[in-house]
Design a protein around this ligand. Structure first.
Ligand SMILES: [Zn+2]
Length: 232
């Protein structure tokens, strides 16, 4: 079996998670958990999933070391890495690069400690995205939560991602129109999987709207539903 990488675990409280995956054990083996930032809909299941699977956790030092200090992550299995960094913890054939994102990123204590009173958000460093580079040469760029920003063009120049996972929900992140601009003009992948939409009423935009906004751009939109598998 290959390696299993989970990005931003938010399953047990996510209204769109299929029933089967409400139980974190359903994920089976997990080798690596990547965290893009500390918002509630990105880290709620991080401590439990890390404990359950023994997976290594990667995120910006400000975020993951605060989680270690507070007792939510095991310091011996946590790697703090920042924008510009590359790691090969899963072997030389799999490279994980951290790239910029334009968003906010406190550590939201309510995500991991629901009885929190008083100050809710503490320092969580900068938000990031990830580029995963596999032995086959296939590259995936996960934007994380972000607005469109000009340096997405650098991500294209450095990595030329084949597949981009792009946020389209609007309100907190890019909407379909901005995401279409980002992938058509800046990231320029062959395929796109839309993400970060439909979870809450305020981010109720759709992959169909991304397709419309892309017009005749030669980029395929894969409308993957929660729980579905895609092979490349
Ligand atoms: Zn966010």
């Amino acid at each position: 079996m290959g390696k299993v990488i989970v990005i931003d675990p938010y399953l047990t409280k996510n209204p769109r998670t299929p029933a089967k995956y409400k139980d974190l054990k359903a994920l089976g083996k997990v080798d690596l958990i990547l965290v893009t930032h500390g918002h509630v809909d990105h880290i709620t299941d991080l401590p439990e999933l890390a404990k359950l699977t023994g997976a290594t956790v990667v995120g910006v030092p400000d975020l993951v070391y605060n989680l270690v200090s507070l007792g939510f992550l095991d310091g011996s299995k946590t790697i703090g890495m920042n924008k510009g960094g590359t790691m090969t913890r899963l072997g030389p054939g799999i490279k994980v690069h951290i790239v910029a994102a334009d968003h906010s990123s406190p550590l939201d204590l309510l995500a991991i400690k629901p009885d929190t009173t008083g100050v809710r958000n503490i320092a969580g460093g900068a938000p990031v995205g990830y580029v995963l580079e596999f032995e086959s040469g296939f590259k995936i760029y996960d934007t994380g939560d972000t607005a469109v920003f000009g340096d997405m063009a650098l991500i294209h120049r450095f990595y030329k991602p084949d597949l981009a996972l792009v946020c389209i929900g609007g309100h907190f992140t890019m909407d379909p129109e901005h995401a279409a601009f980002a992938v058509r003009e800046l990231i320029r992948p062959k395929q796109v999987i839309p993400q970060h939409y439909g979870t809450f009423p305020v981010i109720n935009r759709t992959p169909a709207e991304l397709k419309t906004a892309l017009g005749d751009a030669p980029i395929e939109v894969l409308d993957v539903k929660p729980g579905e598998a895609v092979r490349f």
